[in-house]
Design a protein around this ligand. Structure first.
Ligand SMILES: [Zn+2]
Length: 107
């Protein structure tokens, strides 16, 4: 069974550890099975591609590598940084994530 991650595809997050500490980007892809995410602009891996039909010269392709989901926090634009979140039930009975610091709804 897949674990539920505290962030999902499309979330704006801040990286809080590793070489891209402090980077803010969108979650491009989430891997609940592995507990990992790919974040726009974080953990860039450079791959050398052999020449192919699509790329006759070959070349260098940059892609975002997976990072551990525990190394990212949901970004709160009120606080201006990655924050811890709490889950709150809104007026319609829907679960939403809120910033623990300022209470802003982040969903
Ligand atoms: Zn906040």
């Amino acid at each position: 069974m897949a674990k539920k991650l505290h962030v999902k595809k499309g979330d704006l997050v801040q990286v809080n550890a590793g070489k891209d500490k402090g980077a803010v980007g969108k979650v491009i892809e989430a891997f609940p099975q592995e507990g990992k995410v790919r974040v726009e602009g974080a953990n860039i891996l450079t791959k050398h591609k052999k020449p192919s039909q699509a790329m006759p010269q070959g070349g260098i392709v940059k892609t975002e590598g997976k990072i551990d989901v525990s190394n990212v926090n949901l970004y709160c634009d009120t606080c201006g940084k990655g924050v811890r979140t709490a889950v709150k039930v809104d007026d319609e009975g829907k679960k939403v994530r809120v910033c623990k610091k300022c209470g802003k709804v982040l969903d």
